[in-house]
Design a protein around this ligand. Structure first.
Ligand SMILES: Cc1cc2nc3c(=O)[nH]c(=O)nc-3n(C[C@H](O)[C@H](O)[C@H](O)COP(=O)(O)OP(=O)(O)OC[C@H]3O[C@@H](n4cnc5c(N)ncnc54)[C@H](O)[C@@H]3O)c2cc1C
Length: 376
């Protein structure tokens, strides 16, 4: 019997985990290497998963767990800074009618669910390990791992995130660029009345929002212009976040009460990147943030990363010829969908930075979400 093809996945985030699960299920031998010793040391408090992300998670086989541990809802509220609800918009169910428009989740929960599915699929996992591409030819890639071992793979999937070292090694020079905004985030107790995302535009921050992530928790965030990170001492993070949130009404006073521990507050700049040229070199192919990233104004970064994993796995399992034509098809299918998402996500932030008051944000969101309802 011929040996199954061997694939190395570099990076165990959402994209790497999803592609590992799908490729293992198809019968390939998959090695996954993750740089962190603690695979679930994820930064950030919560994540908003739109229907199109949920559709992939259902394909991956973890929808039941996601549904059980997250908080599903179908609308978004727009409020004034004082908390007055100005408008409630029904969200489009981008994953189809069988899935909610949105599920909020605690990031570590999502990661844990995916980790368990990778383990159950019996992939070989090495934590605290990175990989160097040594050479490649038409049939495969030679790799040295940081534990000193060397291997030969039919394919390397680079899922090593925004700062992807693999992207640079294969000669793709694109790098993330700041969009000019930054976000303060924290996980907090869910006020009883918070049952959907509410967003306040205006006030001292560009956006103040929260999203329920379980029966008991929410994540709350405020977006402002980015500042030199070195000028903000880590021990002042809670004070910095409260400086913005204390001006907001509605549920914010209750949320603000919990913003006390600076270690629980995360500060991150928004970045933008889109690899415009093809996403592979020979038998090394990029997925997820390694290929693209966008500010979370549409909450689509992980969704796009999961879709990459699904589409790549479909193409690999549908053809024996793992050649330029196949990887070009992957790129063309993905870029047609990712480009408008990146552009719209950046545009929404740009309008705010430029103080454009009559921008058609709902129109742009509506058009983008309608496109995302289509299968990737
Ligand atoms: C503030 C903020 C809020 C966001 N909110 C949302 C949201 O609400 N909804 C949404 O859909 N998206 C959101 N996103 C985007 C989302 O977080 C990312 O798009 C998604 O996590 C990308 O997944 P990934 O697997 O491609 O990369 P990552 O999650 O970055 O995973 C990469 C993995 O590779 C590992 N790694 C790195 N280098 C190496 C190496 N050399 N060898 C081995 N392993 C390596 C890393 O340790 C990491 O585990 C947000 C992003 C930000 C910044």
């Amino acid at each position: 019997m011929p040996q199954p093809r061997k694939i190395l996945v570099i990076g165990g985030g959402a994209a790497g985990n999803a592609v590992t699960i799908l490729l293992r299920r198809a019968g390939y031998a998959v090695d996954l290497v993750e740089a962190k010793d603690d695979w679930n040391a994820t930064a950030g408090s919560g994540i908003t998963l739109q229907g199109n992300a949920l559709r992939v998670l259902r394909e991956v086989g973890v929808w039941d767990q996601v549904q059980a541990s997250g908080f599903g809802f179908d609308s978004v509220g727009i409020t004034a800074p004082d908390g007055t609800v100005l408008h409630v918009q029904e969200d489009l169910r981008t994953g189809g009618d069988g899935l909610p428009a949105t599920v909020g989740m605690q990031r570590p929960q999502l990661q844990q669910i995916l980790i368990e599915a990778v383990r159950a699929g019996d992939a070989s996992v090495r934590l605290g390990t990175t990989a160097d591409i040594l050479s490649q030819d038409a049939d495969g890639v030679s790799v040295r791992l940081s534990d000193g071992t060397e291997g030969r793979y039919d394919l390397v999937v680079a899922a090593d995130g925004l700062g992807s070292a693999t992207r640079a090694v294969i000669g793709i020079t694109d790098k993330p660029e700041p969009t000019g905004m930054a976000i303060w985030r924290i996980s907090a107790r869910r006020p009883a009345g918070v049952t959907r995302t509410d967003l306040a535009y205006g006030g001292p921050a560009y956006i103040a929002g929260y999203c329920p992530t379980s029966e008991d928790t929410i994540y709350a965030y405020v977006v402002e212009a980015n500042r030199d990170r070195a000028s903000i001492p880590a021990e002042s993070y809670a004070d910095e976040m409260r400086r913005l949130t204390r001006h907001y009404g509605g549920f914010w006073p209750e949320i603000t009460e919990h913003i006390t521990d600076p270690a629980k507050v995360n500060y991150t700049w928004f970045d933008r990147m889109l690899v415009e040229d093809s996403w592979h070199r020979g038998r090394v192919v990029l997925v997820g943030d390694a290929a693209h990233c966008c500010p979370p104004t549409l909450a689509q970064g992980a969704a796009m990363s999961l879709e990459d994993a699904w589409v790549l796995a479909q193409l690999l399992t549908g053809s024996d010829a793992w050649d330029d034509a196949l990887f070009q098809t992957y790129y063309e299918r993905r870029i047609a969908r990712v480009r408008p998402v990146v552009e719209a996500s950046v545009q929404i932030g740009r309008w705010q930075l430029d103080g454009v008051r009559d921008a058609d944000v709902p129109g742009l969101m509506g058009r983008t979400m309608t496109m995302l309802r289509e299968l990737p």
